[in-house]
Design a protein. Structure first.
Length: 230
């Protein structure tokens, strides 16, 4: 019998430890040194860029931020600007009324309370206007090198497709991923998953039965993987 049509020995779905090991190995092969997708020069410009990326593509943020940095690229100078001038520049990113107010206010707080510096502390970052848990995690990981696993909706989706979580929200998914992967891999891994999702396992490009990781982890999956939205 032709081995290609032999169904007497179907491939088995991988166990969770096998999935974790394969995903880690394959992503390291594909993206050994994943670059930070948001253009920035320091912790402050990264913080503002991540804030702008909420419900906006990184590509659009990278087109907008050069104009914003010409206006002000540090907390001291940004704190002197008006909401209207900031909003005029960042409008293409969406949610510009809220984001412009947050950028101005957090810059003022950094000047008044932190000597113009972005604090390398998760709790202090989360207290800044417009800075949620995910944004704080990105800054901690990428600006300060502190292990964090920022989970956005894309990572949440892929983690479910790959059988790493049944999380109903990004908080539970983050908790599950941190348990599965070694701490020293977190900062690079969250970027690797984002890049893989964009290239091979997008919302439209894969339904859990198309890309290499999905088909390797679940060769017997017959139906699209339904994903719980956060």
């Amino acid at each position: 019998m032709n081995s290609d049509t032999d169904t007497t020995h179907p491939q088995k779905n991988l166990t969770k430890p096998e999935r974790v090991a394969f995903i880690l190995r394959r992503l390291n092969e594909l993206y050994p040194e994943p670059p930070i997708p948001l253009d920035h020069t320091d912790s402050y410009t990264l913080l503002v860029a991540v804030l702008l990326s909420a419900q906006c593509t990184d590509e659009r943020v990278n087109k907008v931020t050069p104009g914003l940095w010409k206006l002000a690229n540090n907390p001291f100078d940004m704190a002197k600007q008006s909401v209207e001038d900031i909003q005029a520049i960042i409008r293409p990113c969406g949610l510009s009324p809220q984001k412009s107010k947050a950028i101005l206010k957090l810059s003022q707080i950094l000047v008044e309370d932190y000597n113009d510096k972005v604090p390398g502390d998760m709790e202090k970052l989360e207290q800044l206007p417009g800075v949620g848990h995910k944004t704080a995690g990105v800054v901690m990981a990428q600006a300060f090198g502190v292990p964090a696993f920022p989970v956005d909706t894309h990572i949440h989706r892929l983690a479910q497709r790959w059988g790493l979580t049944n999380g109903k929200n990004v908080t539970q998914t983050e908790r599950d991923l941190k348990k599965l992967f070694p701490k020293e891999s977190w900062n690079k891994l969250h970027l690797q998953i984002i890049y893989y999702g964009r290239e091979f396992c997008s919302a439209r490009g894969c339904d859990g039965r198309v890309c290499e990781i999905c088909t390797t982890c679940y060769p017997n999956r017959k139906h699209p993987k339904k994903v719980l939205k956060p």
